[in-house]
Ligand binder design. Structure first.
Ligand code: P1T
Length: 378
């Protein structure tokens, strides 16, 4: 099946008891057994739930994977995955990742003895230079959040595999419509389903997918043991949102390209970062490894924080809010909002400066979006 068909049909079947075409919300915590241990495949909803199962199968199919697992948030997905490791293990993480991911690793799991090196993986040689005897895994986002650096999946995963490192790729920014890290040899692909996959800013959720049977066994165990699972209703909402993922991603990208070009021509803009622009330092790599450039743009406004603050207060269609990937456009200030948990000196070294503004370009008409930015600049 092609992607547009998979979002509607992969793992989705009419309800056998009623014929309902939409997957029912199985709002139940437990399941009656005929005799101890004799049941219809479901015992308790933390362990498995029919609505969640359909979503897990659907997301797995979209990523080209065999096993999918859903969680109560993107962070809960990452937290569960971290339990694959033990104290003294070392993980190499891309240096530019969602602030909450950085915080989870640096301020939570580090206290349990897991060590992290945050490294610029857009330069592949930095991976090999940072591998230690206890290195077990590499954690990647591409494009990165918020600087939209592109990491060469083939190169990094190739080098990591030579050292038997587990490769985990957070694919939230691209969504499975534009990029499938498992095809590059990644072991696990991660999503905050809160973002493009659900797409309607009404659910917080997460998911991961693998093709590795042994990893799937461990993840199934951890998902049940840790218990950070989504509600059946949230799974229903994500399943509903996913149906239009292909259409939404096409429009997100069309609008983002137009807005990126507009920003690049604006005299009050110092620099625009969008992988779809030829000015992006890794534009060719982005073209090669993904089927599109997505809906996220970052730019630096001239005039530093005072100019950024004024601008962020003035947009109307672009709502000032954290998150991304919803139908409506959002604007935010990474240094104060999504990446505040990264210490200022590290943030600035990375390039998350006070004039940096991030846009999640939604599905409004691109002319209205451009006019909104224009009036804010004025
Ligand atoms: O918010 P949550 O569903 O827990 O997902 C965390 C997460 C994981 N990975 C990436 C790439 C993310 O961007 C996020 C969440 N990001 C935001 C809320 C944000 O505004 O960047």
């Amino acid at each position: 099946m092609k992607f547009e068909t998979k979002v509607l049909h992969a793992g989705i079947h009419p309800d056998p008891s009623t014929g309902a075409i939409m997957t029912p919300i199985f709002q139940t915590s437990t399941y009656v057994q005929k005799s101890p241990g004799k049941h219809l495949g479901f015992e308790y909803s933390r362990t498995a739930n029919p609505t969640r199962k359909v979503l897990e199968e659907n997301i797995a199919a979209l990523e080209g994977g065999s096993f999918g697992f859903c969680f109560s948030s993107g962070c809960a997905t990452a937290a569960t995955l971290m339990h694959l490791f033990q104290s003294t293990d070392h993980i190499i993480c891309a240096d530019d990742v969602y602030g909450g991911t950085y915080r989870l690793f640096e301020n939570v799991f580090k206290d349990f003895g897991v060590n992290y090196s945050f490294v610029d993986l857009s330069d592949a040689k930095n991976l090999e230079e940072n591998i230690k005897p206890k290195t077990k895994a590499v954690w990647i986002e591409t494009p990165t959040n918020p600087l939209l650096k592109i990491i060469d999946l083939k190169k990094i995963i190739g080098a990591a595999k030579k050292k038997n490192l587990l490769c985990i790729v957070d694919n939230t920014f691209m969504s499975p419509y534009f990029q499938n890290p498992l095809n590059f040899g990644a072991d696990v692909v991660v999503h905050s389903t809160t973002k493009f996959i659900n797409g309607h800013s009404d659910v917080v959720g997460g998911a991961c997918v693998t093709n590795n049977k042994e990893l799937a066994r461990q993840l199934y165990f951890l998902q049940n043991a840790m218990g950070a699972v989504p509600s059946p209703f949230d799974c229903f909402l994500v399943l509903r949102g996913i149906k239009t993922l292909a259409l939404r991603m096409q429009r997100h990208e069309e609008n983002a390209m137009a807005i990126a070009q507009y920003l690049e021509s604006h005299k009050k803009v110092e620099r625009v970062i969008y992988p779809g622009l030829p000015s992006h330092p890794q534009h060719e790599l982005a073209k090669k490894q993904a089927r599109g450039f997505g809906g996220m743009i970052s730019f630096i406004i001239k005039g530093g924080f005072p100019a950024a603050k004024k601008f962020l207060e003035k947009t109307k269609l672009f709502s000032l809010a954290e998150s991304l990937g919803g139908v409506e456009s959002l604007i935010e200030h990474p240094a104060i909002m999504t990446h505040a948990s990264i210490p200022k000196n590290i943030r600035e070294k990375l390039g998350i400066v006070d004039g940096l503004i991030r846009l999640s370009v939604g599905l409004e008409h691109k002319q209205d979006l451009q006019e909104d930015l224009q009036q804010a600049f004025s």
